[in-house]
Ligand binder design. Structure first.
Ligand code: PEP
Ligand code: MN
Length: 377
C-alpha cells in the first residue's frame, strides 16, 4: 500500500510504522517534490491494507492507494489506478566486512563490486591463498571496499554421483578466509531448513539458478533478512526472475542483488559456451526494478578463456558488479572438483579487474550521458 502524507507529520508516520510492524511490514519513505511525502508499505501488506479507513483518518494523510502492477516491492515505478505512480530510488545493498569496510552494491553509483573466489572451498590452504590474493587485488587498485569472496560449500550438481561440496566444513573454511583477510563472503544455500544455520556464518546468501523458483527457500531467506544474491533461473523469463525476487521482498527483505548467469538455449549446444548470456535482461532489470544487478561471466562462459569478453560486455550494460570463479594457481585447476575449466587464475583476474576499472572511469560515464540523452537511463 502507498500512503501520501503531509511532510513533517511525525506522529502519524510513527502510527503508520507501528501498524506496519504489527503486521510484519516495514515502511519506506520517499520524499516528494511538493509538500507531500510517500510512505510505501514493504512486504505482504494485505492485512495492513485492511485498516485503510483507520489510515485515511490519521492527521495529514492525503490518500492511500494500492499498487496495480506486479512485484510492487522491488519495482522502480509503482503504479496505481488513475495514473498514480511512485518513482523510487535505486536500492543500495550493503554487505559489511570484518575489516570494517562496507561493500555497496548498486544505487547507480557506478562502482563495480568484485566478488571472486573458488567455485567451492576444498582445502583451507587453497581457499586462504585465493582469499589473500583477492585482498591483494583490492589493495593494489585501492578498491578493498569493493572486493568480496565467494565459495559454495553446498553444491547443486547435475549428476548425483558428482562431488557435492564440503557442507558445513566448507563454511568453516570460508569463515577462516574471512577471519584472516577481513573480506566478507557469499555462499549458496539450497535448503530452506539450512538458511539459519548457514546464514549465521555467511555475510550474504546465494540462491542458485536451479533454486530460483524454490519458493519455500526464497521466503526463508526473505524472513532471515541477510543480503541475498538471486541468480536467474536458467530458463526463466525476466518477469519470472523479478517475481522470484518479490518472494524474498514480500517477507520484508529488500537486500537483494539480481544476478544474470546465462540461459540454456538451442545455441549453447555446440559447446562454445555453457550458457547464453542475456545482457538485455540486465538493462531491463536496471530499468524495471530498484535492485542492483550483477553478472556471472563464469557460468555463462564455462571456459576461462572466454570469461573476459563476457564480463566486459556486461560492463557495457552498466552492471553493478560481477561474481567470478577463480583459482589461485593454474596447477590447482587439476584438483578443483567442480567448475574447474571456467575458473580464472587470480593473476589473470587482476588484469580483468583493472580493465573493468578503466571502463568504469573512462567509458561508463559516456554511456550514461548517451542514455540520458535518449531518456532511457
Ligand atoms: C555457482 O555459483 O557455483 C553456481 C552453482 O551457480 P549457478 O546456480 O548459477 O549455476
Ligand atoms: Mn560454479
Amino acid at each position: 500500500m502507498i500512503i501520501e502524507l503531509e511532510r513533517g507529520r511525525q506522529a502519524t508516520l510513527d502510527q503508520i510504522r507501528d501498524l506496519a510492524v504489527r503486521f510484519g511490514n516495514r515502511v519506506e519513505l520517499s520524499e516528494g517534490t511538493g509538500v507531500y511525502d510517500t510512505v510505501h508499505i514493504i512486504g505482504d501488506s494485505r492485512e495492513f491494507a485492511s485498516r485503510e479507513s483507520y489510515i485515511l483518518g490519521l492527521p495529514g494523510v492525503r490518500a492511500a492507494w494500492q499498487p496495480t502492477g506486479g512485484y510492487k516491492n522491488i519495482a522502480r515505478v509503482v503504479r496505481g489506478n488513475e495514473g498514480k505512480a511512485l518513482h523510487r530510488e535505486r536500492r543500495v545493498v550493503e554487505v559489511k566486512g570484518l575489516d570494517g569496510k562496507v561493500r555497496r552494491f548498486g544505487g547507480g553509483n557506478g562502482k563495480h563490486i568484485f566478488v571472486c573466489g573458488p567455485d567451492s572451498p576444498q582445502t583451507l590452504e587453497q581457499t586462504l591463498t585465493t582469499a589473500r590474493m583477492a585482498r591483494e587485488v583490492g589493495e593494489k587498485f585501492g578498491i578493498l571496499d569493493r572486493v568480496m569472496l565467494r565459495g559454495g560449500a553446498f553444491k547443486p550438481r547435475t549428476r548425483p554421483t558428482d562431488w557435492r561440496g564440503l557442507g558445513m566444513k566448507g563454511i568453516a573454511i570460508m569463515d577462516a578466509a574471512r577471519e584472516e583477510t577481513g573480506l566478507p563472503y557469499v555462499t549458496e544455500v539450497m535448503d530452506h531448513n539450512l538458511v539459519e544455520q548457514i546464514g549465521a556464518h555467511a555475510d550474504m546468501l546465494q540462491i542458485g539458478t536451479r533454486n530460483a523458483q524454490n519458493f519455500d527457500l526464497l521466503e526463508a531467506v526473505g524472513r532471515f533478512g541477510k543480503p541475498v544474491i538471486l541468480k536467474r533461473g536458467f530458463g526463466n523469463e525476466a518477469e519470472e526472475w523479478f517475481y522470484s525476487a518479490e518472494y524474498i521482498a514480500n517477507q520484508g527483505n529488500l537486500d537483494i542483488v539480481l544476478c544474470e548467469r546465462g540461459m540454456k538455449t538451442l545455441y549453447t549446444k555446440g559447446g562454445y559456451c555453457r550458457n547464453q548470456p542475456d545482457l538485455n535482461a540486465c538493462t531491463h532489470a536496471r530499468k524495471q526494478t530498484i535492485l542492483p544487478i550483477i553478472f556471472d561471466p563464469s557460468h555463462v562462459a564455462g571456459d576461462h578463456r572466454i570469461v573476459a569478453e563476457n564480463l566486459m560486455a556486461a560492463c557495457g550494460h552498466l552492471v553493478d558488479g560481477s561474481i567470478t570463479e577463480t583459482v589461485h594457481t593454474e596447477a590447482w585447476r587439476r584438483e578443483q572438483l567442480c567448475d574447474a575449466g571456467q575458473a580464472l587464475v587470480m593473476d589473470q583476474y587482476a588484469i580483468l579487474v583493472e580493465a573493468v576499472l578503466e571502463y568504469e572511469a573512462h567509458v561508463a560515464p559516456k554511456m550514461k550521458t548517451i542514455l540520458r540523452m535518449l531518456g532511457t537511463d
